[in-house]
Design a protein around this ligand. Structure first.
Ligand code: NAP
Length: 295
């Protein structure tokens, strides 16, 4: 397990990787800073195309809230800080209306430097009140995905999708968000919302942050509608494990690109100029692209 040390200077580097102006491989870093670059660098790079990552904070017994819906302190301080870092690296953060109604989240970046992502709620039946904190006008894009015809306050974008069965197909939701200009997307919960993207195989990465807490009952983290019957058929992703201090993070690569993303790319190629699959190629590609090492 790799303990993170998210110092201001390494976080600044991660933000530069996200902006496409630096790489995550060069420089002199402590072991904890290197772990930070390994974890967030693979999310920050921009050369592998659009990214969809989901994150769930759960107890040791796989719950994300109590039976009464209390979910505020499932994750410890380390888990919360991690969530805010993820928000800072994406273009948009998506939640289901269940979470919006239970938790009244603001979905802003407060525990680390970084920009607020666009806020998206999937609310097919128009249940979210217009004065919900996530819809407040603070200059950030706000998007509601709904099936019903319902006016929203000025400035809130509405994406209308038709509801065939109970759920919108996750692929349709994702296509609509990409069309709205959101390349990097964080699916932040709850379990129902993440599970739709997981079973449609649309997640590049899944972050499961486990907190040392036993809840006993309450909503499960992830439940698919057609579960496998044999363990041999279950998904066993390539997984890296990081210590967030209070919580333990399982960083699961669910797509081929996610596995590739774990090998750092050198130079401003992370802005999308070219793909590099081994550090050994870095110098040659840096020369070809006239890039200088950022040591
Ligand atoms: N620990 C954590 O990390 C964490 C994170 C987030 C939330 N939570 C907790 O989890 C609980 C809520 O989670 P949840 O799983 O019950 O609900 P949820 O995923 O937040 O919301 C589910 C609802 O969102 C709508 N929805 C989501 N995806 C949809 C799709 N593809 N098509 C159509 N509608 C879609 C549906 O609304 P309708 O019901 O209107 O059809 C669905 O019932 C709360 O207690 C919250 O506090 C914990």
């Amino acid at each position: 397990m790799q303990p993170l040390d998210v110092t201001p200077r390494v976080w600044e580097r991660v933000l530069s990787v996200n902006a496409g102006t630096a790489c995550a491989c060069c420089g002199s870093w402590s072991a904890g800073e290197q772990a930070t670059l390994a974890l967030y660098g693979s999310l920050a790079r921009r050369d592998l195309g659009p990214l969809t990552v989901a994150q769930i904070g759960q107890s040791l017994d796989g719950r994300i809230a109590t039976v009464a819906g209390d979910a505020r302190d499932v994750s410890g301080q380390g888990g919360l800080a991690h969530l805010h870092r993820l928000r800072a690296l994406v273009d948009g953060v998506v939640i289901g209306v269940g979470t919006a109604l239970h938790d009244d989240p603001r979905l802003t970046v407060r525990l680390c430097p970084g920009h607020n992502p666009a806020r998206v709620v999937i609310d097919p039946n128009g249940r979210l009140p217009d004065d919900a904190p996530m819809l407040r006008d603070d200059g950030t894009r706000r998007i509601v995905i709904q099936a019903v015809e319902r006016r929203r306050p000025a400035g809130v974008e509405v994406i209308r999708l038709s509801l065939g069965e109970r759920f919108f197909p996750a692929r349709t939701v994702l296509q609509a968000l990409r069309k709205a200009g959101l390349e990097k997307i964080l699916i932040e919960g709850g379990g129902i919302t993440i599970s739709r993207f997981l079973e449609a195989r649309l997640l590049n990465r899944l972050h499961v942050a486990v907190a040392p807490l036993l809840i006993g009952a309450g909503p499960s983290a992830l439940t698919t509608q057609r579960p496998e019957l044999k363990l041999a058929d279950c998904v066993r992703p390539e997984t890296r494990v990081f210590s967030l201090g209070t919580d333990v993070l399982f960083d699961c690569a669910l797509s081929e690109d996610a596995v590739k993303a774990d090998v750092p790319v050198h130079g401003r190629a992370s802005a999308g100029l070219q793909r590099v699959h081994s550090i050994g190629n870095a110098a040659r590609l840096a020369g070809a692209a006239n890039l200088t090492p950022e040591t």
